[in-house]
Design a protein around this ligand. Structure first.
Ligand code: GDD
Ligand code: MG
Length: 360
């Protein structure tokens, strides 16, 4: 990541919104919150935290409502990741703005907000802050360009990048631009005064249109680098492939992990197995005789890949067992799944209880 040091985001606090149920990622989120879904064998939220740390942002508030205990158990106080984490829990989901209001006591200067459990980018946060300060904005929304804006918040700006209109998920015919809300904002604490206390309230349909109505300065920062919303299994699959193919880089992943065939600890690989890079294999896996793995592929902890199995472009989570002579191509397999012998499965998401097409 290319960093300019003129304005420094170090020390800024960040709120990560991690309260959504992840409906569109099902069945991957049947038993896991979105934030814990593994990307190259690490929870997506851990990538987001590493991204913030890369810019010197270590004070992070996790605004949560859905399955909070799983997230808290994994991350604790954040020390292991070099972060200071504060958990703000909503009894009922308060919406994207209500969740920020719920963390108001921790927010006393310009702060960052991220849709941290499904958006990944390599945007430079020093540059974003520099833009926000130069414009003297009350809110700055990072914008990214997409082919089909109708699934996002569409943001119209003027020649000075001041936001004229924010319209959430409009029909394609009403979207006047392809610049959309990238789910990354810098806000001034005073805008919290416009969010009702203890009520469900959204940034996208509530706060942003409201700030525009009352004439507050809202700006759009255009970003042209890597950006992905891993909102669906297909996009999740593409994201893992992009990291393995070095189309983008996560500060969490050491260079050697995406540079060839990378094995973690205690791997038992039969000498006749053929593994073609890029492949990442986590601790405690057993790879049998004449197994063929063609990357890009990721295999999680404690998996057993039995004799003569053939895998191509797969993302396999933890403790998966694949029966001999089975063939998987473009598949995601979730934790604890057992696949019988002699199966031929393509373009699918496979969990212990169901198999659905990957294109969903
Ligand atoms: N704490 C909390 N409470 N978090 C929430 C709640 C809530 O009630 N509702 C949603 N979130 C979190 C989600 O976990 C996610 O990180 C973020 O807020 C946005 O919610 P999504 O459900 O993922 O929204 P979306 O993907 O349909 O659209 C949003 O993201 C797009 C970019 O990916 C919007 O912000 C769009 O305008 C934007 O373009
Ligand atoms: Mg989303």
């Amino acid at each position: 990541m290319n960093e300019k040091k003129s304005v420094d985001a170090r020390g800024m606090k960040a709120v990560i919104l991690v309260g959504g149920p992840g409906m569109r990622l099902r069945p991957l989120t049947d038993n896991k919150p979105k934030s814990i879904v593994p990307v190259l064998n690490r929870p997506i939220l851990e990538h987001t935290l590493a991204y913030l740390k890369h810019f010197g942002i270590v004070d992070v508030i996790l605004a949560m409502s859905y399955l909070p205990d799983v997230i808290r158990e994994y991350f604790g106080d954040g020390e292991r990741c070099g972060m200071r984490l504060t958990y703000c829990l909503e009894k009922e989901p308060l919406g994207t703005a209500g969740a920020i209001k719920n963390s108001e006591t921790y927010l006393d200067s310009s702060f960052l907000v991220l849709n941290g459990d499904n958006v990944f980018t390599d945007m430079n946060l020093h540059d974003l802050l520099a833009f926000h300060l130069a414009k003297k904005a009350k809110a700055t929304i990072a914008l990214t360009w997409v082919d089909n804006p109708s699934a996002f918040g569409v943001v119209e700006t003027d020649a000075e990048q001041r936001v004229k209109r924010f319209i959430e998920k409009p029909p394609l015919s009403e979207a006047k631009t392809n610049w959309i809300n990238a789910g990354c904002y810098i806000l001034e604490p005073e805008v919290l005064g416009e969010i009702p206390q203890g009520q469900h309230y959204m940034l996208e349909k509530g706060l942003f249109p409201r700030l525009l109505d009352i004439g507050k300065k809202v700006y759009g920062y255009t970003y042209k680098g890597y950006w992905l919303d891993m909102g669906t299994p297909q996009k999740y699959f593409n994201f893992n492939m992009d990291l393995l193919l070095l189309k983008t880089k996560s500060p969490l992943i050491a260079a050697e992990e995406t540079n060839g065939v990378y094995y973690s600890k205690d791997i038992d690989i039969h000498p006749t197995a053929k593994i073609l890079a890029p492949v990442l294999i986590d601790d405690g896996c057993k790879i049998g005789k004449d197994v063929h793995i063609k990357g890009p592929a990721v295999i999680g902890k404690g998996c057993v890949i039995n004799n003569n199995v053939s895998l191509e472009q797969v993302i396999i989570w933890d403790k998966v067992n694949i029966g001999q002579h089975s063939r998987l191509n473009r598949c995601i397999v979730s934790d604890d799944t057992t696949i019988a012998e002699n199966q031929d499965i393509r373009n699918s998401v496979i969990t212990p209880s169901r198999t659905v097409p990957l294109s969903l």
